[in-house]
Every structure is written in structure tokens, then in C-alpha cells.
Design a protein around this ligand. Sequence first.
Ligand SMILES: Nc1ncnc2c1ncn2[C@@H]1O[C@H](COP(=O)(O)OP(=O)(O)O)[C@@H](O)[C@H]1O
Ligand SMILES: [Mg+2]
Length: 232
Amino acid sequence: MIKERILIGIPGLDEMIGGGLIKGSTTAIIGTYGTGKTTFALQFLFEGLINGENCIYISLEESEENIYEKITDRGWDLEKYKDKSLFVIKLDPTDFNLSINSIKNDLPDLIKSVDAKRVVIDPISLFEGLFDDQSTRRREMFRFIEMMSNLDCTLLLTSETEQNNNYSSRYGLVEYLSDTVIVLMYIRPSDLSEVHTALEVVKMRRSNHSREIKPYEIQEDKVNVYSEASVF
Ligand SMILES: Nc1ncnc2c1ncn2[C@@H]1O[C@H](COP(=O)(O)OP(=O)(O)O)[C@@H](O)[C@H]1O
Ligand SMILES: [Mg+2]
């Protein structure tokens, strides 16, 4: 079967993953706070928007206003897309029934009704945290990702890391359930000079990908991944 690819919209990173994500796949972006998960997720949606795709952004952390501000800060024409091709939905991560119902039932219906091609849940770790035991969480996440993989959209999930482990998501599930896993991390040089950010494509099913750790920088209007540079 031909693997159709879609760009994330971050050139150096698209290059590292062999020309983009596989259409219809699930990707996890794992990183501690401030590493750029939300920015990467927005960049992924923007790439879809400029190509005329409908996009859904489910926020469990930041308010809709914050997300809209982040979009305009990046110089993107929000009014052109807002509620036309970009649907931003804030869920309350403390409201168990509402949030679960929204993600398990309403989201699939919305994806179908607007024919969304790109969907972000940021961060999925707050959704996972709604389940109070690991076996329920594992079962629900497995079902959710399986259900999403049957829809005609490409899914991007973000997750906080488990404390002190850059490579493990908060609940240790999404990295197994996703087709592609990208880890964002801080690199603190031993001489305590400036902190750098770097990323690694840890896993990509059905695809060849770079295994190197590459530096990246978040700029006002774009993300630069220096795929030619080396962090060490
Ligand atoms: N418009 C911008 N201009 C410059 N730097 C930015 C901009 N937006 C975000 N950043 C930088 O990116 C960092 C990560 O932001 P964010 O994507 O919200 O991280 P996360 O979702 O992982 O917590 C911010 O702390 C800031 O340093
Ligand atoms: Mg964020």
C-alpha cells in the first residue's frame, strides 16, 4: 500500500521523518513544560489550514483565548480560519463526565461532520489523568486511539513527560499506542552555559527516520529544526 505523507510544517523535522507523517497515523509529542509541544501542535494545524484542510484543536490546558493569541502572535490570519476551518475547543480537565464524553463521543462526530483532516489533543496527559487507575486508563486509551485510527484524519497528541525521564510520557501509554513518537527536551551543558532545546524522533512505524538528536529553536513565526547541526 502506498504511504501517503503529510507535512508537519516544520521543514527540518519533516526531513528527519522522511518527508512527513503518514496520513491517518497517530503521533505523540512528549516533552516537559515549555519545550514547545503546543507550538509544534499549532504548526502542524497551520500547515493543514494553508492547504485547505479542516482542523480541530482540543485544549485541556490553555483557554481558547490563549490559543487564539498564540495563533495571532505567530502572524497567522486567525479570522480567516476561526470557526470556518479551525475549530478550537477547550475542555475542563476536572470535569470527568463532560470531558470523557466530549472526547469519546462528540469528537468523532465533529471530525466526521466537518471532515477534519488534522486533529490535536493538547495535552492528552490531562485526559489520561481523568481515569483513576492504570488498567482503565490503558483500556480507554487503546480503544480511543483505535477508534481514531479508523477515521480519515491524522492525530497529534501532546504529553508531559514522566518526572526525570525525557523519554516517557506522563502515564507511559501514548508512546506505545502512537505510530510516531517525537521527544522534545532541554539540554543543559555541563558548563551551565545557555540551555538548548533538542528533539529526537524515537519511533516511527512503517518508516525510516533519523535517529539523531537535533537542536531546534522556537521563533516568533516559525520553528527551526537544525537537521544539519549536531547537539554534542
Ligand atoms: N511567539 C513566540 N515567540 C518566541 N518564542 C515563543 C513563542 N511562542 C512560544 N515561544 C517559546 O516556546 C516555549 C514553549 O511554548 P509552548 O509551545 O507553549 O510549550 P509547551 O506546550 O511544551 O509547554 C515558550 O516557553 C517560549 O520560550
Ligand atoms: Mg502546551
